[in-house]
Write a protein that binds this ligand. Structure first.
Ligand code: BG6
Length: 463
């Protein structure tokens, strides 16, 4: 691991405490590379280095690392944001000189999007987009709130930072099962040869959460499920499922194919979108009264290319649903003729491939077998594989992604044209969504019934 300075903007925030600092620790402990990284926390609060170290130590203890105090005390520093970017530059150079560091710098924007612009411009104007070593800029989601704002943000970033140094985070791409989708598809001839309109009836991506908005209403009510989850996480998963095989396993070859899949979607029809809001959402004190923001969304998407023409892709996500699960379902076509009737109805079920991305990560392939006995009685059973049983616990997505940033691998990060393609699709829906009804749904269910009607002739599947 290259020695570097890890600068966290928003160092006193929730993301830094819950995810970034623990992920960094796990990475460094895993590589036994204790001296490879120094952290410079930047935030508005007037903290000393020691006070920041105490917070970081506490965050690590809460994440199950009670013995981190010594490492933190030797490697964590703090700089108040209000002192400005020139002062920040001086501090960076001073730390690098004192600790004989090679000048590799990673700037992580763990900030609300409203201040992205100021920080990016501040870094650029202070000459911090260049360094004696490498520079990497990490931008958290949401990246823009529509196509125009995403383009503007890309333009601003590119004034100073070349695309090769920009890492737009979508933490779903760091999940092990999401990464394995590519291996699953392109290392296994069996599945890839059936991964098309000849064999597949529909594709579904469900990201269901049990939790509600839990006090995040100020952010969430403005974003809604569409901006919070669909434009980024669900669209990313969909493009990995839909993309063509890349020419190589390199970042740009893979991202080219993802962009091509998105470009094959002419548009999303507003009539193919269903919005819902769970009962009780407006009781959360952080949510404005009378809000019509969606906490649930389902959509049907048509990918008009040779592989997928005619195969509907259904996406849905929601808060306060029946259970926490993220699944990709590939539902295969029915056999052309049913040989196994019973009392006038066909006993045969379509094969289903269920890829569970969380929480019980694994794959299941459902197929029909004959129950023992004289009568022909069919039963659907799974061929399955679960990560935990085979490999033990999986790393957190942030650990994977931060390692990739440090190594300069952009495969699991969203490229500028990719984020714009995604916004091209979703901006008309964002703009028009207030005209769509928002159906109430009971917490603990699968959302409003209208989401089932969207599937005419198909049905939602969950394992
Ligand atoms: C975040 C959203 O990006 O993803 C949250 O802002 C959501 O609203 C979260 O709860 C879900 O992530 P995960 O990894 O828990 O599925």
């Amino acid at each position: 691991m290259d020695r570097h300075l890890f600068v966290i903007f928003g160092a006193t925030g929730d993301l830094a405490r819950r995810k970034l600092i623990p992920a960094l620790y796990e990475l460094i402990a895993g590589a036994d590379a204790w001296d490879s990284c120094r952290v410079l926390g930047v935030a508005n609060s007037p903290l000393t280095d020691e006070a920041f170290q105490a917070r970081a130590t506490e965050a690590l203890a809460a994440a199950g690392h009670p013995d981190a105090a010594e490492w933190v005390a030797g490697h964590f520093h703090y700089q108040r944001a209000t002192e400005g970017f020139d002062a920040l530059g001086d501090r960076i150079r001073q730390l690098e000189a004192t600790h004989s560091m090679p000048g590799n710098r990673l700037f992580y924007l763990a900030l609300p999007p409203s201040v992205f612009d100021d920080v990016i411009a501040g870094l650029g104007n202070a000459g911090l987009a260049e360094a004696p070593g490498w520079v990497r800029l990490v931008v958290e989601k949401p990246f823009g709130s529509d196509l125009a704002s995403a383009r503007e943000l890309n333009g601003l970033i590119h004034r100073w930072f070349p695309e090769s140094s920009v890492h737009r985070i979508d933490h779903y791409l760091g999940k092990e099962t999401v990464r394995n989708l590519l291996v699953f598809r392109f290392a296994n001839m069996l599945f890839e040869s059936a991964w098309n309109r000849d064999r597949v009836k529909d594709v579904q991506v469900t990201v269901a959460e049990e939790l509600g908005v839990e006090g995040r209403g100020r952010y969430y009510d403005e974003a809604g499920a569409l901006r919070d989850m669909v434009q980024n996480h669900l669209t990313q998963v969909m493009s990995l499922v839909a993309m063509e095989p890349p020419a190589t396993f390199e970042a740009d070859a893979i991202r080219d194919e993802k962009v091509k899949a998105l470009r094959s979607i002419a548009r999303i029809d507003v009539d193919d979108v269903v919005r819902g809001q769970y009962d009780g959402y407006q009781d959360d004190p952080s949510v404005p009264a009378g809000s019509t923001t969606e906490t649930f969304i389902a959509a049907r998407i048509d990918i008009d290319n040779w592989r997928w023409k005619g195969v509907p892709f259904y996406l849905r996500t929601g808060k306060r649903l029946a259970k926490r699960t993220t699944q990709v379902i590939i539902e295969f076509r029915d056999p052309p003729v049913c040989l196994f009737d019973r009392e006038g109805s066909c006993q045969v079920h379509a094969n289903i491939l269920a890829l569970t991305l969380q929480p019980h990560e694994g794959f299941e392939l459902l197929f029909d077998v004959k129950e023992p006995g004289e009568r022909i009685q069919l039963r659907t059973l799974p061929l399955d594989f679960f990560y935990e049983e085979e490999f033990g616990p999986l790393p957190d997505a942030y650990t994977t992604l931060i390692r990739d940033v440090i190594e300069g691998d952009q495969t699991l990060f969203v490229r500028a044209d990719e984020v714009e393609e995604s916004w091209r699709l979703w901006t008309p829906i964002v703009d028009g969504r207030r005209d769509l009804p928002v159906y109430p749904y009971e917490p603990g269910t699968w959302g409003p019934a209208a989401a089932d009607h969207l599937l005419a002739g198909h049905r939602w599947v969950i394992r």
